[in-house]
Design a protein around this ligand. Structure first.
Ligand code: ADP
Ligand code: MG
Length: 637
């Protein structure tokens, strides 16, 4: 293959002049037809690794991605570049789904985005073989692994695709986050023909990682931000705190706003835009802030609380310094944080009997009789659900995750589906209808003037916009649409904002409902392990933070020299090697018995001044302490 072909595509469609690190290698691997697992940090440019190669073919790329909002965002971006793309998710009716697939088969579409729970449906598997498929891309591929922090059972069904498509079509799995165990698991679960991993280093050399033990986080934040320069993100764990912290900053003269998933799409978009352009300096956000952030000059990412995994921490803090200029990733840590984090375990893992209660309430809420409901999609409003059955919202949400994990149901996030219209009569028949029904004439003309393509497919419309354009009330517009629909002139799907539940099994009796050890206890154990790692990161005073993070992802590295741990060490003015040798020797001596400081210095076979420095450092960092006789003892690793 000639890489120039791909460079030209990069320039022609995206206007970029060169590839980012590893993009070229990944494209090469894919073009050679190899199954490929690509690991690149957030913002590394993963999307282009599947988008570019397909543009050089006459075929289509199937992209599997977990979040519907993310999918829509990508499809919009591609369509703006005049690359025909289409999305299939649970928000579509069966008819639209069918239509979309037919379009993908016969239209010259380049990208078909699919949410994972749609893949195993009969409709999809029945048609997928007719696509001129060149590549299957799996975004956020770590979701396939039960070892990972974001396991989604529907991802497990992706491998089934192999039975329905040509075995020449390679799989490209991409992720920003995978520990060595997860990497292996991804390739196994996707039935890779051969193992093949390409990865860039996760080392973010320009980020200075800091952990700050502070009791009064508000004051710390204000003081820091008044001194610091540039724009950044403060992550917090609750929606309420978002608003509180933003207000606190604003009250102290710092330009700040807040962002969380409870705000409407329009509000979120406008807040994100103000932050991106620099109008708002600091955005205080929950982890809902992340998708589609495309801002390189982020000077700091501050975590108000400990996240619940290193994966999350790395991903979120990694939004700092994409421009490769110095940036800070700060974790605020207070003495009570640890116990609060441990308390989240209780909320995350409601008792099994509670989970079964939730299942039964859910079935009753959706009015599903025993033995039915399989493969049915239901609109689902969790607020209504919890208030009707007086359930605690967080525990209920978490309990439902186990029902999903066990394969009984699937949940989608809340999505905004616009209204859609499709003319089901020909232009000629429509004309005859207009002549015969004069009262509809001007409305039909309004529709035809406002949108195109409605004769061949469903087209998104906006009742509000039509109302503004025509001076008809919104309700009148709605009535017209409903009547045209009942007269079989159009198909009309009213828009709505909703989450959905898909029953993957029929409703079962309570005693038939299984919550297995594998899907509950083991999950809990792994969750606890991740928490412990996160706490260890915050607690460590001996490991370079950057090395700690990289080791977690299976990468070796030298200490960064710019994290808080390294900075303290730098003050010692000892080489890394000297420090380690002396520390080891001190440890060897002290683990056998407690020793008087003066005596210890004599026992260590290194210059006295250096040994004293190390002992002082170890004392300062609670590695050693003094017992009641003022002898030194070793306390931790
Ligand atoms: P990821 O999925 O790895 O987090 P994205 O695919 O969203 O990253 O890409 C991040 C940003 O980098 C996007 O704005 C994208 O357009 C840009 N980008 C990707 N490849 C290149 C390139 N070769 N040159 C310049 N910008 C690029
Ligand atoms: Mg991405």
């Amino acid at each position: 293959m000639n890489i120039d072909t791909y460079k030209q595509i990069l320039i022609k469609y995206w206007g970029y002049t060169s590839f980012k690190p590893l993009q070229e290698e990944i494209i090469r691997s894919v073009v050679e037809g190899k199954d490929t697992l690509a690991l690149m940090p957030t913002g590394g440019g993963k999307s282009l690794t599947f988008q570019v190669p397909v543009m050089a073919t006459d075929g289509i790329c199937l992209v599997i991605t977990p979040l519907i909002a993310l999918m829509k965002d990508q499809v919009n971006r591609l369509n703006k570049l005049e690359i025909k793309s289409i999305a299939i998710h649970s928000g579509l009716s069966a008819e639209e789904l069918d239509n979309a697939l037919e379009n993908a088969i016969f239209g010259d579409y380049k990208f078909l985005y699919v949410s994972p729970e749609r893949i195993s449906t009969r409709l999809f598997l029945g048609k997928v073989s007719r696509l001129n498929l060149k590549l299957v891309a799996i975004d956020e591929a770590h979701c396939i692994s039960q070892w990972g922090y974001d396991f989604r059972p529907s991802y497990l069904k992706i491998a089934q695709l192999r039975d329905h498509i040509s075995d020449k079509v390679p799989f490209l799995a991409v992720t920003a986050s995978a520990t060595p165990m997860v990497i292996d698991d991804i390739m196994t679960r996707l039935r890779f023909r051969e193992k093949n991993v390409l990865s860039t280093s996760f080392d973010r050399k320009n980020i200075s990682y800091l952990v700050r033990m502070v009791e009064d986080k508000g004051t710390y934040l204000i003081q820091t931000l008044l001194k610091a320069h540039g724009s950044g993100i403060v992550y917090v764990r609750s929606r309420k705190r978002c608003k509180d912290v933003a207000e606190l900053l604003a009250a102290n003269g710092i330009s700040a706003d807040y962002y969380h998933a409870g705000l409407s799409d329009e509000v979120r978009d406008s807040k994100q835009a103000s932050w991106t352009t620099g109008e708002t300096r600091v955005i205080v956000a929950t982890n809902a802030f992340g998708m589609g952030i495309d801002k390189a000059e982020v000077r700091f990412v501050i975590h108000w609380e400990l996240p619940d995994s290193i994966e999350n921490y790395f991903q979120e803090s990694g939004r700092a310094g994409r421009d490769n200029k110095p940036a800070f990733a700060v974790l605020l840590y207070s003495p009570t944080d640890k116990s609060r984090l441990i308390d989240t375990i209780r909320k995350k893992f409601p008792p099994v009997e509670k989970i079964k209660d939730i299942y039964e309430s859910l079935c009753n809420f959706l009015q599903i009789p025993l033995g039915s409901g399989k493969d049915t999609v239901y609109d689902f409003n969790i607020q209504e659900f919890v208030s009707k059955y007086r359930l605690p919202v967080i525990e209920t949400f978490n309990g439902m995750q186990f029902l999903q994990r066990e394969g009984y149901v699937e949940f989608t996030e809340e999505i905004n589906n616009p209204s859609r219209v499709h003319f089901i009569v020909s232009r000629d028949d429509l004309y005859k209808f207009q002549v015969a029904n004069e009262s509809f004439d001007s409305f039909v003309k309004l529709l035809l003037r406002s949108y195109t393509g409605m004769f061949s497919e469903f087209v998104a419309i906006n009742e509000e916009a039509l109302s503004r354009k025509s001076a008809l009330s919104r309700d009148t517009i709605y009535q017209f649409l409903v009547r045209l629909s009942s007269m079989n002139i159009i198909k009309y799907i009213p828009g709505k904002k909703t989450a959905m539940v898909i029953f993957t099994e029929e409703r079962l009796m309570r005693k038939a409902l299984l919550i297995t050890t594998e899907n509950y206890l083991h999950v809990k154990e792994r969750y606890e392990e991740r928490l412990e790692k996160m706490i260890a990161y915050a607690d460590t005073e001996a490991h370079c933070r950057s090395v700690f993070l990289l080791n977690y992802f299976g990468e070796e590295a030298d200490r960064c020299g710019i994290c808080d741990v390294c900075r303290k060490r730098n003050e010692l003015d000892l080489s890394n090697y000297e420090f380690e040798v002396i520390t080891r020797s001190i440890k060897d001596n002290l683990t056998m018995s407690s020793i008087d400081a003066e005596q210890l210095v004599k026992m260590i076979d290194h210059p006295e001044d250096k040994t004293i420095k190390v002992i002082r450092w170890l004392l300062d960092h609670n590695k050693i302490s003094q017992d009641k006789d003022h002898k030194l003892i070793w306390i931790s690793d």
